[in-house]
Design a protein around this ligand. Structure first.
Ligand code: FAD
Length: 525
């Protein structure tokens, strides 16, 4: 099998031409071979010549000598690395996984698939009941503190854009994508460079994976919150939950970045943690058509192109990193709140990505120099900003909103322009400058103005900012050994995923979950 990179076609060219391009690359004249597309991406750097770029697997025998003769770095022999777990560990008691986000879901799935019958506890509800609670919240402003965008089956990213991007394309990433496909995701996610599922499809996939875990002998307890970890002689011996106690010597902690009560309990139990830098800011909304025009030029309306995305970074004069994050083309800004009288926002889209507005986080890095060195100081900083946002919105989880121009000029907005805020249950026009300290606002403003040079229209005067985006990543790290993923001072405790501070996003959290299983069941002790 041969892998060929950089097969380029214009967006209106027929994919039938790929075969001709393969023949040219391999300098062959015959047609007697088959191929499959391994990866597809868009090269939109030249607006007047947007290209699809393919990586293809060709089923053909070519000798090393022949390949060398081609003198083409785009052509290589393909060796597939298959994902495999070698389960040799024997657990004395059933392993427990806390949290059913991507880290816990894939950790539980790999344990179950390898015969370990894990017990999984999740504080929130199953995904269907959770979806009802969230819809009700977005309609009425009445928040269920245990069943919301952060808590419940599927974890934080379930009500999201379902972007499945990752910096690498290694075999574990592929294993996660394959598992998604086996459980109902569209096959295209295996080849697209920037795959996404959308919240509608993701919910079904998550449910199907959970049903597989159960069919392999795993047990899932919803509405069951971890309240305490029992530790004796620096070893986990069991847990206390809202529904009773469980004995275990192996506890996978996949609690995400929003379980503030659980973070406090972990600190109280003497489990080693550290503060972690994260980022805060707002959601920014533009018309999707503005982003399409800016990214695709004259081809913006081509049916061959999906709603355009962007990812922008900026370093302020003061040296603070500001960046866009979790951009949702054709999506909605949503309330991602999980606590009483505290408000935070995020973005979501359906598979079709066909709503009017594009949204993205625009966030500035914050670290101990902003909130101090006390353990959990970052978490309290987040909490403070969310309380201010709630008050500024006027209560009932209405979000504080401001036009970009007014935020920069530091005047409260009085009326909405062409861009209609998509946030529900409602919003209040105000001045967002009062939420963050001045230096953070300055960095964000500087970034918005300057990023317009990279993406025309980014500083659109009547673009909308909605506050606050604070849960970009975990404010803490639960310290673990690099080699065996075990807590550095508590035997049998394996902190995984985003909440533990070792992953960010659906894919890396899922990969962290399966890597933990590989490491722990792959050795006898
Ligand atoms: P989580 O997904 O947060 O899961 C943790 C789980 O643990 C939760 O279900 C929670 O209820 C449970 N839990 C917490 N404490 C306890 C306890 N004490 N007892 C029992 N259970 C507990 N990432 C992307 O890659 N692409 C996207 O498009 C994307 N969009 C997003 C949109 C939104 C609205 C949000 C909020 C996040 C988005 N993210 C996205 C980020 C992504 O969701 C997270 O990086 C990912 O979910 C982290 O996975 P995790 O398993 O570590 O934690």
């Amino acid at each position: 099998m041969i892998i060929i990179n950089n097969i380029k076609l214009g967006i209106d060219e027929d994919t039938g031409k790929i075969k001709e391009k393969i023949k040219k690359k391999l300098k062959i004249k015959y047609d007697d071979f088959s191929y499959e597309i391994y990866r597809k991406s868009i090269d939109a750097r030249k607006k007047n010549n947007i290209l699809f770029v393919y990586q293809v697997l060709v089923d053909i025998e070519l000798s090393e000598k022949r390949l060398l003769k081609l003198k083409d770095n785009d052509v290589k022999i393909y060796e597939e690395k298959v994902f495999e777990i070698n389960p040799i560990k024997k657990f004395k008691k059933r392993p427990i996984v806390v949290g059913l986000g991507p880290a816990g879901l894939f950790c539980g799935y790999m344990l179950a698939k390898n015969g370990y019958k894990p017990i999984i506890i999740e504080r929130g509800k199953d995904v269907d009941s959770r979806a009802d609670d969230i819809e009700y919240f977005w309609e009425t402003g009445k928040l269920n503190y245990e069943s919301n965008v952060q808590f419940g089956e599927g974890g934080a990213g379930t009500f999201s854009d379902g972007k499945l991007t990752s910096r690498s394309n290694n075999f574990r990433i592929r294993e996660v994508l394959k598992t998604f496909v086996e459980n109902g995701a569209p096959e295209e996610i295996l080849i697209l460079q920037k795959p996404h599922i959308g919240t509608d499809l993701l919910r079904e996939v998550v449910k199907n994976i959970r049903e597989k875990i159960v069919s392999y002998g795993g047990k899932v307890h919803f509405e069951t919150k971890l309240e305490d970890i029992k530790i004796e002689n620096k070893k986990v011996v069991g847990i206390k939950t809202s529904k009773g106690d469980f004995e275990t010597e192996d506890l996978f902690l996949a609690i995400g970045h929003s379980a503030r009560d659980t973070f406090k309990m972990i600190l109280d139990r003497g489990i080693e943690i550290g503060n972690k830098a994260f980022a805060v800011g707002f959601r920014i909304e533009h018309p999707q058509i503005l982003i399409d025009k800016s990214q695709y030029g004259e081809s913006f309306a081509s049916p061959k192109l999906s709603a355009a995305e962007y990812q922008l970074t900026y370093k302020s004069k003061e040296g603070r990193g500001v960046y866009t994050f979790c951009m949702c083309p054709g999506g909605r800004v949503i309330s991602a709140s999980s606590f009483k009288d505290e408000l935070c926002v995020n973005g979501m889209s359906y598979h079709a990505r066909d709503l009017e507005n594009a949204n993205s986080a625009i966030i500035a890095n914050v670290s101990e120099r902003d909130y101090g060195e006390e353990l959990l100081a970052g978490m309290y900083f987040q909490e403070g900003m969310e309380k201010k946002a709630y008050e500024l919105g006027g209560g009932k989880y209405f979000a504080p909103v401001q036009l970009i121009r007014d935020y920069i000029d530091e005047v409260p907005s009085r009326e909405i322009g062409k861009v209609k805020p998509s946030y529900k249950p409602g919003y209040k026009l105000t001045d967002l400058n009062s939420i963050y300290p001045k230096n953070i606002n300055e960095a964000i403003k500087e970034a918005i103005i300057n990023l317009d040079k990279k993406l025309k229209g980014f500083s659109l005067e009547d673009g909308v900012l909605t506050g606050v985006e604070t849960r970009s990543s975990s404010p803490i790290r639960i310290l673990r050994d690099k080699e065996n993923y075990q807590s550095i001072n508590t035997k049998g405790l394996y902190p995984i995923g985003e909440g533990a501070g070792y992953a960010g996003g659906i894919m890396s959290s899922a990969v962290d979950g399966i890597t933990a299983v590989e490491k722990i069941v792959g050795s006898e002790d």
